[in-house]
Design a protein around this ligand. Structure first.
Ligand code: 3PG
Length: 410
């Protein structure tokens, strides 16, 4: 079993803390700092326990040299400092930044840290260029990062599906535990998705069914209702030989076969849209309301229709638990965002425990309903889905590791 932060002796220690600060950044500006805010509870606990905190995180992907500059963690370190002072009221908090991810200079910086001080390292994936040391969980790199601390705290649930040096490798070489955010995400998923109170409704949307079919397979036997929206619903409609015009769907013969069988096996659980707001393949201004059987060849389904939402509302209102992944329509465009907004309000008004599974669905909550009663918004997209599919994740298994801790000499 893994240890939680409260079970770990961390008082006054050097703590290597893995966060997921993979936040959207444009022109050096952070567009959504939710993941940084979500990490504050663990960071506060470490500061209040007089730790010297060494923070690791990835940001984006580093495949070529030009990716380095645009994925620097400098804006994140600056935002962290701001949040520590504005949100947590630390007056003289010290947040330093290391351009190096591995060097003697970095070791010296770590050795010079005082209690309650923070050092943010540059993006762990800088180690991926050109040799993918981070992503391939390189042993030497894992040992080096482990050598920086006395204890490893992994708070990066959103990266826990990656078996990388900073998520899995370090845990092999240091006493390790799970941070508060990681623990909260797991508990939310365990209670509301893995062992939900019934009736349990799953709402799946988004573009590509290929990305979600395994999750649907996992949840379909467990849930009472599966309400489909977006490109995923389109693929199911197509499998029923309904004309979806130019709408987005997954054109894969094997997948189609699988869906056809699913529609037969679970016909009482799967609920599909029966009306829609459509656009047109040739006229950007065109929008129209249609029942699903009236869609024409050049039309595109872009949002849910009112009758579908009324029906979905009935299922939601009789549920005790709802899990949401993906959005209803092309919600980035105002004229096609009504379905997403209406569903959010229906969910918010219901008495069910509602958990959002990361990615677009969580972003849509932040955009349209920042003040809400939802039970939990997961910070992890891929990690959430992988956890549902496999019941565990590489970083969770690494935290359970019972290996002897080697004496490090680097
Ligand atoms: C995420 O945003 O889902 C996590 O930070 C993982 O990012 P990755 O897909 O680049 O590994």
């Amino acid at each position: 079993m893994y240890k939680t932060l409260k079970e770990m002796d961390i008082k006054g220690k050097k703590v290597v803390l893995r966060c997921d600060f993979n936040v959207p950044i444009k022109d050096g500006k952070i567009l959504d700092d939710n993941k940084i805010v979500a990490s504050l509870e663990t960071i506060k606990y470490l500061i209040d326990n007089d730790c010297k905190v060494i923070i690791l995180s990835h940001l984006g992907k580093i495949k070529e040299k030009s990716d380095l500059k645009k994925n620097t963690l400098v804006p994140v370190a600056k935002r962290l400092l701001k949040l520590l002072t504005s949100e947590l009221n630390y007056k003289n908090i010290h947040v330093a930044f290391s351009n190096h991810t591995r060097s003697n200079v970095l070791k010296e910086k770590v050795d010079a840290l005082k209690e309650k001080e923070i050092l943010v390292l540059e993006n762990t994936r800088y180690e991926d260029f050109p040799n993918k040391y981070e992503s391939n969980c390189d042993e030497e790199l894992s040992k080096f990062w482990a050598s920086l601390g006395d204890v490893f705290v992994n708070d990066a649930f959103a990266s826990a599906h990656r078996a990388h040096a900073s998520t899995v490798g370090i845990a092999k070489h240091l006493p390790s535990c799970m941070g508060f955010l990681f623990q909260k995400e797991l508990e939310a998923l365990d209670q509301n998705v893995m062992n939900p109170e019934k009736p349990f409704t799953v709402i799946m949307g988004g573009a590509k069914l290929e990305d979600k079919i395994k999750v649907i397979n996992k949840l379909i036997s467990k849930c009472d209702h599966l309400l489909l929206t977006g490109g995923i619903a389109n693929t199911f409609l197509k499998a029923l030989n309904i004309n979806i015009g130019f709408s987005l769907y997954s054109d894969n013969a094997e997948l189609m076969q699988e869906i056809k069988q699913m529609l037969l096996d679970y016909k009482d659980k799967i609920v599909l849209p029966f009306d829609a707001i459509v656009g047109s393949s040739y006229d950007k201004e065109y929008t129209n309301y249609k029942t699903i059987d009236k869609i024409e060849d050049n039309e595109i389904i872009l949002d849910l229709g009112n009758k579908t939402m009324e029906k979905y509302k009935e299922y939601i209102n009789e549920s005790k638990t709802v899990f949401v992944n993906g959005t209803a329509g092309k919600y980035e465009e105002e004229k096609y965002s009504n379905g997403t907004k209406t569903l959010l309000n229906i969910l918010n008004d219901s008495s069910a425990s509602v958990v959002f599974g990361g990615g677009d669905s969580t972003a849509s909550v932040k955009k349209f309903l920042p003040k809400n009663n939802f039970t939990y918004l997961c910070t992890g997209g891929g990690a959430t889905l992988d956890y549902i599919i496999n019941g565990t994740l590489p970083a969770i298994e690494a935290l359970k590791g019972e290996e002897e801790y080697e004496i490090l000499d680097i």
